[in-house]
Design a binder for this molecule. Sequence first.
Ligand code: TXA
Ligand code: MG
Length: 350
Amino acid sequence: MKTQYILIDRKQIDEEAIEKAGAIIRNGGLVAFPTETVYGLGGDGLNADASGKIYAAKGRPSDNPLIIHIAEMSALSRIASYIPDAAYTLANRFWPGPLTMIFKKTDEVPRETTGGLDTVAVRMPSDEVARAFIKAAGGYVAAPSANLSGRPSPTSGAHVLEDMDGRIEMILDGGSSQIGLESTIVDLTSDVPMVLRPGFVSIEMVREALGEAEYDPAIMSGLNSNQAPKAPGMKYKHYAPKGDLTIVSGEKQAVVDYIKAEINKHSSDTRIGVIASDETYCEYNATVVTAIGSMTDEEAVARHLYGVLRDFDTQNIDLIYSEEFRIGQLGQAIMNRLMKAAGHQVIEVK
Ligand code: TXA
Ligand code: MG
């Protein structure tokens, strides 16, 4: 299949291109599109065959449910059989935006879209290109992140092209993703609202809105946990770079000293990468040293993370050391992704 690649100018969104993209979805095809979190791989969420094609294009296990993207609040009742008050509260604050909510589904949503579950995940993105595209597509776009299964989520059109060229009908390139990490997922079907995946909307923000919220205990605890995460996708080793990634945790200078000593231990044949902060990157002398952002700018770190992991793959790095970025409210989301990329390989230094 030939993949059409279309650059979208955000100052003047090309309606004809959006309409073409929408028609592909209405006819059962696939289009990757930008959102403020990461790029999505879209198909018609109410069409079982389209969902099947999404799994095939990603090489993703079909028990891993998809998020349905909507553009208007009025679209929700067709796919959610019960909408609790808490959902209206969260929607008022965070929609459109980087929040996904889980509801009991209606019969209109095929089980192929929900990985066999009787619940459905729904998000209303704020990205203007995404919203225009969803409307043109008929209002219900099922979309996982537009990466091949096991690769970091794409945060630019070029990342999508790397993974999806020849596998889907069209890519809409709307530039770099503003946030760079996937949406926060909140399950509203449990007694207490439960955060299944941390994201830009922090658990503190959800608690402030609803009075209560808990983390799914399985998500932060790591590999030795025997609990199955409630979001099926969280059980897979995602976001993994090819190189062996280790996170070094501890007091700042001790972390820098440890990573420098590790670099010195290896011969120059070993291709070593370091994920450092703007403040520390000049300390290191390795094959590739990346300044991911300032320790005082959690949003920059989040925005750059997946692109940095992809660059290490491009440069065939064997070993990667990362500093720890437990910073601000986004620290939970950043470290959740970094820990998964590292297969929970962490070294504590003093
Ligand atoms: O920011 C995002 O959410 C991006 C953009 C494209 O919207 N999408 C995204 O989709 O990250 P994906 O498929 O890569 O991740 C969806 C996660 C998976 O971990 C999946 O298991 C979980 O949501 N999920 C989907 N439906 C669910 C459901 N009914 N119950 C529990 N978890 C669900
Ligand atoms: Mg994903």
